[in-house]
Design a protein around this ligand. Structure first.
Ligand code: BES
Ligand code: ZN
Length: 643
């Protein structure tokens, strides 16, 4: 395959050697062990370069981090130290870390002796390389530093931005390349690290981290009566983007033996009610793909500016409060984040070009959990809605960005974020499921999680594994299933399995019937749940009359829906139809939460209405922007502009 590239002779020799080895007879003579491992999964991952990190882990690698940080809510920063434990090659002269928006005060060795260091050019996406000179044999270095207002991993909230309104709040978001803005380390998902943390905070606040809590109630800090310290430990090696923290007036409620919920105290009961079924999701997940390896599984419900639906931080998923519909109907999001405990946290994408290995696997797995707990009808509806998202994205996206394995050199991984890695990735696994059957595919997936537990994985290495363990080295079959086209090509191969749902077909017919002049009062919607409503609203065509919109609103009260997914679809429709009575609710919704998935498309729809929407988008955004997370701001800035 690589014969055209440089080093032809060597590679040819290698190929011949490999061919001889395949015949096995020559094995004792030619050292085939070596050749075999060159094409092994481990070797492929090792040889892969992460374009989004400056680190040179072959020379010196961070294995473990101890952070000791004090949170300063007045200045909105952390100050303290990160002690890094390294593995180095014999003559390593320096270690390179990733840093961005950090103020480095000094770097010392374990005994406190200063070490020389230099900070490279500051790239707007990547930040800088922090190169630290290593004394012979050094295994520990201590970085003294503080974060800054530009630390994009951290959002410091004023009391007014919280549910309780009386105390400030802080949360972090590391994925994809933000951890370097609050911890100086090698910020690549292939460089797994364990960590401990000691976090000092004002004594009226508590700390949650994606780690084992060693001091759940905190401990006194000698000489500092107004502060408490919390200690944590993560003793399983994780990718640095999964290090996470939240500080606030946070309470906890147990849900099951291994599950519980954290939230601001005023949101705790509501959160616990919504997430009551979590333990059964966990049991279902384990039945599918093997034991849960992280001890506890808790969820932290964050204040409304959290820019994602959920983030799979190990042991404690961070979640948006927009899943609190009051009827437990949005738990598929929890199934998704829980599934990442296998696909993502246990076996992790080695680079951001391999992101589909996290998200595609997880969407597939999420749906299997949902099917097991809530039945096939509900799982099928979720699949169909996901497929609608995929079709829409494919239609709107340049073909080059529809690849599962894109080249992201020089590109911020956040700019690749779309439904492609999620839904095309899941569609790939469903194609395999259709061919091999569930029994074989499940055995394969379970084996995959076992084989690579606590390792990072590339797409190429996955293919190597797939060939051995599922395709059984059948090259013809690989072609027939269009594996290369699926993983490396644009668009959607024609052996995609198009999901169907009789329940949603009925809903689509209802929507079309209504649009064609049917009576809102005659719609039979007794069995409609959230997913049916989402489909109903999506299937209403453009060009409804104001009377039709009003009839729907009167009958179903959409403008006052407490369900964020339904409300979102309704507000989209309302903007497209300039349905005036719902427009105040557009403003209220955009001001009351900052989830990128809702904000960006709503502003986009407003901007598509030149005679009134542009003005409204700019006016609302001017008010809302200060409360949004940096990620949502960056996205909405592109749509609305910053002025
Ligand atoms: N890991 C993602 C969130 C993420 C992706 C954060 C990329 C930063 C960069 C998480 O698992 C996720 O996919 N969340 C979805 C919800 C899910 C049900 C599809 C979200 O936030 O909308
Ligand atoms: Zn995900």
């Amino acid at each position: 395959m690589n014969l055209k590239a440089g080093g032809t002779i060597l590679k040819r020799a290698g190929a011949v050697l490999a061919a001889l080895c395949a015949l096995a007879v020559f094995a004792p003579l030619t050292g085939c062990q070596q050749t075999k491992s060159d094409t092994s999964v481990e070797a492929i991952v090792k040889a892969t370069v992460d374009d989004h990190s400056y680190a040179k882990p072959q020379v010196a690698r961070v294995n473990h981090i101890d952070v000791d940080l004090t949170a300063d809510f007045a200045k909105k920063l952390f100050k303290g130290t990160a002690t890094l434990t390294l593995t180095t090659e014999a003559n390593a002269k320096q270690v390179i870390l990733d840093v961005k928006a950090l103020k480095i005060d000094k770097v010392t060795d374990a005994s406190g002796a200063p070490l020389k260091y230099s900070i490279g050019k500051d790239d707007p996406m990547m930040g800088s390389a922090l190169a630290i000179e290593l004394p012979q044999g050094a295994q520990k270095i201590i970085v003294h530093y503080q974060t800054s207002a530009d630390s994009a991993a951290l959002q410091w909230l004023d009391p007014s931005q919280t549910a309780g309104k009386t105390r400030p709040f802080l949360f972090s978001q590391g994925q994809e390349i933000r951890t370097r803005t609050w911890i100086p380390t090698q910020d690549s998902p292939a460089i797994r690290q364990t960590y401990t943390a000691r976090i000092v905070v004002p004594s009226d606040l508590s700390v949650v981290m994606a780690a084992k809590a060693l001091t759940p109630k905190g401990e006194a800090v000698p000489g500092r009566a107004s502060q408490r310290a919390y200690r944590f430990e993560m003793d399983q090696a994780i990718a640095p983007y999964l290090i996470a923290i939240a500080i606030g007036d946070i309470g906890f409620k147990e849900l099951g033996p291994r599950t519980g919920v954290y939230a601001e105290k005023s949101m705790l009961d509501k959160s616990a009610y919504e997430l009551e079924g979590m333990e059964s999701l966990l049991t279902a997940a384990e039945k599918l793909y093997g034991p849960y390896r992280w001890g506890r599984y808790d969820v932290l419900v964050l204040p409304p500016s959290f820019p994602y639906g959920g983030m799979e931080n190990p042991m404690v998923t961070f979640a948006t409060p927009t899943i609190l519909a009051g009827d437990r109907s949005l738990v598929s999001l929890i199934a998704h984040e829980l599934a990442h405990s296998w696909s993502g946290n246990l076996v992790t994408n080695a680079t951001w070009s391999d992101f589909w290995l996290n998200e595609g696997f997880t969407v597939y797995f999420e749906n299997r959990i949902m099917e097991q707990v809530y039945g096939k009808d509900r799982a099928d509806m979720l699949k169909v809605l996901g497929y609608q998202d995929l079709q829409k994205t494919l239609a709107e996206t340049k073909p080059d960005f529809t690849r599962l394995h894109p080249n992201l050199k020089g590109i911020d991984p956040a700019d690749y974020f779309s439904d492609i890695p999620y839904e095309k990735g899941a569609a790939f696994l469903r194609m395999l499921e259709a061919h091999f059957g569930r029994k074989k595919l499940d055995a394969y997936l379970k084996g995959y999680f076992e084989r690579y537990a606590f390792e990072s994985m590339t797409t190429d290495a996955f293919v190597a594994d797939l060939r051995v363990h599922l395709l059984k080295n059948d090259g013809e079959l690989e072609k027939q299933l269009k594996i290369q086209q699926w993983l490396y090509g644009p668009g959607l191969p024609d052996n995609v399995v198009v999901p169907t749902s009789p329940l949603l077909d009925k809903v689509t017919a209802d929507a079309e019937g209504f649009a064609a002049g049917g009576d809102a009062a005659a719609l039979k919607v007794d069995d409609y749940g959230t997913l049916q409503w989402v489909n109903f609203l999506r299937k209403l065509p453009a060009g409804l009359t104001v009377e039709q919109m009003a009839a729907l609103d009167v009958r179903f009260d959409f403008s006052r829906s407490k369900n964020s997914e339904i409300l979102f679809e309704w507000l989209q429709l309302s903007i497209k139809h300039r349905y005036e009575p719902a427009l105040p609710m557009v403003e209220t919704f955009l001001l009351s939460q900052g989830r990128n998935k809702f904000c960006k498309p709503l502003y986009q729809s407003l901007m598509e209405q030149p005679d009134w929407g542009v003005e409204m988008a700019k006016r609302v955004y001017a008010k809302a922007r200060p409360g949004y997370h940096e990620m949502t701001r960056a996205n909405v800035d592109k749509v609305v502009g910053t002025s």
